[in-house]
Design a protein. Structure first.
Length: 291
C-alpha cells in the first residue's frame, strides 16, 4: 500500500476533518479524499464513515489504526537510520501508567530521556483505571496488576510481588498478625473498590475480605497512612520498596499464606515492529528499575 495514503488516513483520524487534514498536509480536500479511497481499495474494506458533518472510524478502521501508525513510524525510523543528522528517537511517545509507579519510577527518568532524544515528544498520562490503549492511541501502557486483555502484546519488565506491611509503630501498638485470620483484628488500609486482598494458599490464589477505617483511590494515600501508623496495607513491592529499605515500613510474613507474585508489564497495541521511541523508553525504564 502507498505510504502517503496511510499518512493521510492517520491525519484524518487525528483531525476528524478532510479539510483540516488537507490544510496540515498542505494539499487539497479532494486529494485527501482520493488517497483515502485508494487505501480502502487496497485493503478491501471501508476505514471511515464520512458524512458532511462528521468522520468516524469503522470497526475495520479501529483495527487498522495501530498498524497504520507502525507503518509510518517504521518508514521514518528507516530514513532516520541513514540520516546524517540522526538525533535518536523522534515523534510523540504516548505512555500511560499507574499513578504511584508513574510518579516514583517513570517521571524521574523522563528529563534525561528527552535530553538524549531532542526530537522526542512525550505525552504521559497517570491513571489507575483500565485504559483502552488502542482506542486512545497509546504507544505503551505500564501495568502492575494481573493482565486480563489478551488482545494486547505484553512484555514482563520485573517481578512485583504483593507486600503486606505496616509501620514499626503500628506493630508495636497492635501486634503483628501471624495468620490470615488475624487480619480481621486489624485496621486494614484499602484501595477503593478492592474489598479483598489476595494471597497464595496451598498453591492457589485465595481472596480474603478485609475491613478498615480508610480506603483511598490511589496508592499514595494508602502508603502515606500506612507509614503514619494508621493500619496495615497490602501494596506491591515497587510501591513500598523505598519505605521498606528506610525502615519506615516492615514487611509482614504470614505462616499460612504467601504473597501473590505479580509483575511490572509493558503492554503494546500490536506485536509488529515497535517504534524506536518505544524501545528507547523501555530500555531507559529497565535501567532505572535495575538501579
Amino acid at each position: 500500500m502507498n505510504s502517503k495514503d496511510v499518512e493521510v488516513f492517520l491525519m484524518v483520524t487525528q483531525t476528524r476533518s478532510l479539510t483540516q487534514a488537507a490544510r496540515r498536509l498542505n494539499t487539497t480536500p479532494m486529494t485527501v479524499s482520493r488517497r483515502l479511497a485508494s487505501l480502502e481499495e487496497d485493503l478491501g474494506v471501508r476505514l471511515l464513515h464520512r458524512t458532511t458533518r462528521a468522520i468516524a472510524l469503522t470497526d475495520e478502521g479501529e483495527e487498522f489504526l495501530p498498524y497504520a501508525k507502525t507503518l509510518t513510524e517504521t518508514e521514518q525510523s528507516a530514513r532516520n537510520l541513514f540520516s546524517p543528522n540522526k538525533q535518536g528517537a523522534t515523534g510523540q511517545l504516548r505512555i500511560t501508567a499507574p499513578s504511584g509507579f508513574g510518579r516514583r519510577t517513570i517521571i524521574p527518568l523522563l528529563p534525561a530521556l528527552m535530553a538524549e532524544n531532542p526530537e522526542l515528544k512525550i505525552d504521559f498520562q497517570l491513571s489507575d483505571n483500565v485504559t483502552d490503549i488502542v482506542g486512545l492511541g497509546y504507544d505503551v501502557a505500564i501495568r502492575i496488576a494481573p493482565l486480563r486483555d489478551s488482545r494486547l502484546v505484553a512484555q514482563r519488565l520485573a517481578d512485583n510481588p504483593r507486600v503486606l506491611c505496616a509501620s514499626p509503630d503500628y506493630l508495636a501498638r497492635f501486634g503483628t498478625p501471624k495468620l490470615l485470620a488475624d487480619l480481621h483484628q486489624h485496621n486494614c488500609l484499602r484501595l477503593s473498590g478492592v474489598p479483598q486482598w489476595s494471597f497464595i494458599v496451598d498453591d492457589h490464589i485465595s481472596s480474603v475480605s478485609v475491613e478498615g477505617r480508610f480506603s483511598g483511590s490511589n496508592v499514595e494515600g494508602v502508603r502515606t497512612l500506612c507509614v503514619a501508623g494508621s493500619g496495615i496495607a497490602q501494596l506491591s513491592a515497587w510501591d513500598v520498596q523505598q519505605e521498606l529499605a528506610a525502615g519506615e515500613l516492615t514487611e509482614i510474613t504470614l505462616r499460612d499464606a504467601q504473597p501473590q507474585l505479580l509483575g511490572v508489564w509493558a503492554l503494546f497495541p500490536t506485536a509488529r515492529h515497535l517504534p524506536t521511541r518505544v524501545t528507547v523508553f523501555l530500555n531507559a525504564l529497565k535501567q532505572a528499575m535495575a538501579r
